[in-house]
Design a protein around this ligand. Structure first.
Ligand SMILES: Cc1cc2nc3c(=O)[nH]c(=O)nc-3n(C[C@H](O)[C@H](O)[C@H](O)COP(=O)(O)O)c2cc1C
Length: 235
């Protein structure tokens, strides 16, 4: 897995306690330095200006397998997927350490890139509890259409996992086709910078809340209903 490491020495809320807040940004495009990366760079720069350290992790362009519903992650409860040949477990561990999470995708056929979705299904099924209550945001880039649906698709992973979703002055998207073109989408870049600042603010508020003794709420046990009527099942 490739990383764009960005370091920032500005002190944030945690830095005063000797520990800088961190944001993990996942580039879900098979193109390392394409428009998804450019969009995430814009968010990362805004996060850094607000005092967070950032890391952009690229999922690469090798095969990423989907979840096979084996349930071993649930049985083991160790926050790991049994399949270890792709970046899934490394990214779960990184997300668990981060104070904020951003996931970006190119739009493919009006939805997120398939490899990214395969990865997110496994990351959240195996490692969801490790990311719970962390602030997050989904970002999409496209030549033309399918962006808002893709942002929604990514944000759904956060919304089922008690993660506050940061917003902006527009949906978190930018337009471009050839690598890097998204930089010329001035309104898109503005939206992404605002998103980065808002996400940093959210992360700092949650951190300050914890420091003041406001912990995330305890989870009530969930009744799992699947709408199937047992009385209609064949014996
Ligand atoms: C398989 C495939 C499907 C695509 N589908 C769409 C689409 O539905 N809508 C769109 O506007 N652009 C579509 N595109 C264009 C990409 O979203 C666009 O080039 C984007 O900037 C790529 O991001 P990247 O540089 O991070 O890879 C598609 C590209 C590919 C390769």
């Amino acid at each position: 897995m490739e990383y764009n490491r960005r370091r920032n020495t500005t002190t944030g809320a945690r830095a005063q306690e000797g520990d800088a807040m961190k944001a993990l940004l996942i580039n879900g495009s098979p193109r390392w330095k394409g428009n998804t990366n450019r969009a995430l760079e814009e968010v990362a720069a805004a996060l850094e200006a607000e005092g967070l350290e950032t890391e952009i992790a690229w999922i690469g362009n090798k095969p990423i397998r989907g979840c096979i519903a084996c349930g071993i992650c649930s049985r083991n409860g160790d926050g790991r997927c049994v399949f270890t040949e792709d970046p899934c477990n490394e990214l779960i561990a990184k997300a668990a350490e981060a104070d904020a999470l951003v996931i970006g995708s190119p739009v493919y056929y009006a939805g997120a890139n398939g490899s990214l979705i395969s990865l997110l299904d496994r990351m959240f099924y195996a490692g969801g509890p490790l990311m719970r209550f962390k602030p997050a945001a989904g970002v999409a880039v496209a030549r033309r259409a399918g962006t808002t649906l893709t942002v929604d698709q990514i944000n759904k992973y956060f919304q089922i996992n008690c993660m506050p979703v940061a917003s902006s002055t527009y949906w978190a998207l930018a337009h471009g086709r050839a690598e890097g073109e998204a930089a010329a989408d001035a309104e898109g870049m503005h939206t992404l910078r605002t998103l980065g600042r808002n996400l940093a603010w959210l992360a700092k508020c949650l951190d300050a809340g914890r420091a003041a003794g406001i912990e995330p709420p305890a989870l009530e046990p969930k009744p799992m209903t699947n709408f199937v009527r047992d009385d209609l099942l064949e014996a």
